[in-house]
Ligand binder design. Structure first.
Ligand code: GLA
Length: 734
């Protein structure tokens, strides 16, 4: 619904939702950001003029001769000497655009989210741009931008787009930065520091966000925690090359202190715009919170959960065969595994890598998406039939964007591989990348996947991507052109097409674990594989940070073997089960070799998972700020506050044996709760002679505690041994 077209010099454009306000002043060449943060309430004329008056900083000596502004699209034309919102050129010229506003409008969509749309033009480059700022019902500010080339350059030369960045200014108190790095089996490792002047730039050139993806870049007030502090964060919903930046110049950013931004990281010459051609930037999401990191996560979770296709059916307990059997696709062994899985309550079995033509090891077969006739002479039926008989769903692993050199596909179509003309790029995991934007390669993969999905009525696909894209160029019209942008768009097209064709099909995004987790692919996937490590000590950390962006129902978490394959660390069954409980739970060990008592424990745990998943998969995630970094208190509190589940975890030993009363976040101080432990799958080991009396009561049938004691005064916690976790189930009784 179009509300009003606002002329350039009228006044302010204001978006308000969920305690957030975003205010633009339209006066000037380009609208400038007056405010992004806490809601200022309805603005009367007085407030508008005060905001306008105070949007102008002092004019410094030895500086531009006009007051500095930070417009929606900062460039040198406004005196901004930092990273510009747009960079590019036409044959070496037209590199200093002078964008100006042509028109603006406001609208409200069917979900109640209001948007400001700005039309920007630039005579120097001949570009026009659409910038849309949408503040959704969760308070997430979504920035969509596109560029269209209106006129041809000299001699028909294209505009070479180097970057188109979504940037917003943040105030001086946003002085501490948090973002993430990592590696295989060690995703989402937080890094935090107080940046000085300069640019903190995270440029990803892996053809996907990567295990070291910045993921979410946040600037916050000094010492911000999970529960406290004011934060401004950005995420780029894009599964290709990404760039995140936080930049602070000595002169500030208009009336603000620094800039926060994100964009696709384009390769040289990757996007060339001829007359009439259009570039659509990936969506950037800006999130503000005055309730710490949990407040940020809550907004993002609310946004995701309001999507029409957000997974809402009970998340099936999943068994994945990878660490259970690896490439040993021995049918009797797999059938035994499936039987035992069904016996303990598994609801979905996923056949991982190793089922397709020639795939005896990870050096062959990718690209040949046919069931291997040697190991599966009767097709996948001996397993699929059993899975269905036992009432389970069936899932299959694929890695459609990859090709093994030892495959029929590579032998028949070497031209379908992304590669410079001079020869193949360096291999990784002994594989190369399929040029998915090549129409025939695309159609081949799509059609093979469709045949498999149709034949076996596949419910779920684990979609993997096991290498970085290096020297990823494609042959187009006699030239090797950078291909990551086109590859990412082709991937989205393929996923969209399959999802349209198979509306019930669920997809899991995996890239050697958590190498491709972003809200672009997660618009097309119901589950993510957070990491290849099933070591619960690592998982506690990885999943805590993954939950900053994504709610628990989308995060796959599996029970692995006692000695973790990725770290060789040995942990108790009960700890591993508890860790997998508070996500989309699964199992990834050879159950057919488990002891009877272990299977009994797993069966009891799976019943508790089914009991609690409605809460875990819809509640608010809360994290306590604790002084002892070796402990965690994490909860999921029902949206109506009637029920909550908390886990109290000790990862390693520490000199802090007991820190006394700890507050439980997210509970209502005015309520009263019945608290009981959940230990059906095993009691956590403790170093104490005796647990606190309230814990003993919680174990003996439950204890009633006022919310004020739990949430405000705090309670002493059990002294757990390292690598142990206790689960508390809370019901509100008043
Ligand atoms: C990747 C995935 C694993 C598994 C293997 C199979 O490493 O992350 O979970 O599927 O591939 O080769």
């Amino acid at each position: 619904m179009e509300i009003a077209a606002v002329t350039v010099d009228s006044s302010f454009l204001v978006l308000r939702a969920a305690g957030v306000a975003f205010i633009l002043d339209l006066a000037g060449n380009l609208p400038r950001v007056v405010h992004w943060g806490a809601d200022l309430g309805p603005l009367d004329d007085d407030a508008v003029s005060a905001l306008r008056l105070t949007a102008v900083p002092s004019s410094s000596n030895y500086a531009i001769d006009e007051p500095r502004t930070f417009p929606v699209w900062p460039t040198e034309h406004d005196g901004w000497a930092g990273t510009p919102a747009i960079s590019g050129h036409i044959g070496g010229g037209a590199s200093t655009p002078r964008p100006r506003l042509r028109g603006s409008s406001r609208s409200v969509d069917a979900n109640g989210a209001s948007s400001i749309r700005l039309e920007v033009i630039d005579d120097i480059t001949g570009l026009s741009a659409d910038l849309t700022y949408t503040l959704d019902q969760a308070g997430v500010l979504v920035v969509d931008m596109s560029l269209t080339r209106g006129v041809d350059g000299l001699d028909g030369a294209p505009y070479v787009l180097d970057a188109l960045r979504a940037m917003l200014p943040v105030p001086d108190r946003a002085s501490e930065l948090l973002d993430f790095t990592g590696g295989w089996a060690h995703e989402r490792s937080a890094q935090r520091f107080a940046p000085g002047h300069g640019t903190h730039l995270r440029r990803g050139r892996r053809g996907k966000p990567g295990h070291d993806s910045p993921f979410l870049m946040a600037l916050g007030t000094a010492g911000f925690g999970f529960r406290d502090g004011e934060l401004w964060a950005v995420h780029l919903a894009w599964s290709g090359d990404t760039e995140y930046l936080a930049e602070r110049l000595p002169e500030g950013a208009g009336a603000f202190s620094a800039a926060l931004g994100a964009s696709e990281a384009l390769r040289g010459g990757e996007v060339l715009l001829h007359k009439g051609e259009r570039y659509e930037a990936p969506r950037a999401m800006f999130v503000w919170s005055d309730a710490g990191l949990d407040g940020l996560a809550d907004r993002l979770h609310r946004r995701l959960r309001s999507r029409a296709r957000h997974p809402s059916s009970p998340r099936p307990l999943t068994l994945n065969t990878w660490e259970a059997v690896y490439f040993d696709h021995d049918i009797p062994r797999l059938r035994r595994l499936a039987q035992t899985a069904a016996d303990v309550g598994v609801e979905r079995l996923v056949l991982d890598d190793g089922w397709f033509h020639g795939r005896r090891h990870d050096g062959a077969g990718l690209g040949d998406w046919y069931v291997d006739a040697e190991i599966w002479p009767d097709g996948l039926w001996p397993l699929v039939d059993l899975v269905r008989e036992r009432g389970m769903q069936f899932g299959l692993w694929v890695e459609p964007e990859m090709v093994s050199p030892d495959s029929d596909l590579a032998r028949e179509h070497p031209e379908w591989l992304l590669s410079p003309r001079e020869g193949l790029p360096i291999s990784a995991r002994r594989q190369y990348v399929l040029d998915l934007a090549h129409p025939e390669a695309y159609a081949t993969v799509r059609d093979r996947l469709s045949v498999l999905i149709d034949e076996y009525k596949i419910d779920f696909v684990k979609w993997d991507h096991n290498r970085d894209l290096l020297e990823a160029v494609a042959h187009r019209e006699g030239v090797d052109r950078p291909a990551v942008h086109a590859q990412t768009r082709a991937l989205y097209r393929l996923l969209d097409e399959l999802r349209l064709r198979y509306p019930a099909l669920e997809i899991e995004t995996c890239a050697g674990g958590g190498g491709r987790i972003d809200l672009g692919i997660l618009d097309r996937a119901e589950r993510l594989w957070a990491s290849d490590t099933n070591d619960p000590v690592e998982r506690v950390r990885i999943e805590r940070w993954t939950r900053m962006l994504v709610p628990p129902e989308m995060i796959g978490s599996h029970l692995g073997t006692d000695r973790a394959h990725t770290t060789s660390r040995t942990t108790d069954l009960a700890f591993r089960l508890t860790t997998a409980l508070t996500a989309h739970a699964g199992i990834e060990m050879d159950l057919s070799r488990a002891t009877t008592s272990d299977l009994d424990a797993i069966r009891r745990w799976s019943a508790v998972y089914r009991e609690l998943r409605g809460l875990i998969h819809s509640g608010r995630v809360v994290n306590a700020d604790l002084s002892d970094a070796s402990t965690r208190l994490t909860g999921i509190v029902g949206q109506d506050g009637a029920r909550a589940v908390f886990t109290w975890t000790r990862l390693t030993s520490s000199p802090e044996r007991d820190v006394g009363r700890i507050r439980w976040p997210g509970l209502d101080p005015g309520a009263r709760y019945r608290v009981r432990t959940r230990e059906e799958w095993g009691r956590p080991a403790s170093t104490a002679v005796m647990d606190p009396p309230w814990v003993q009561d919680a174990r003996d049938g439950g204890v009633d505690l006022p919310g004020a004691v739990l949430a405000v005064a705090g309670v002493p916690m059990p002294e757990l041994s390292p690598q142990q976790s206790a689960v508390f189930d809370l019901r509100r009784i008043i």
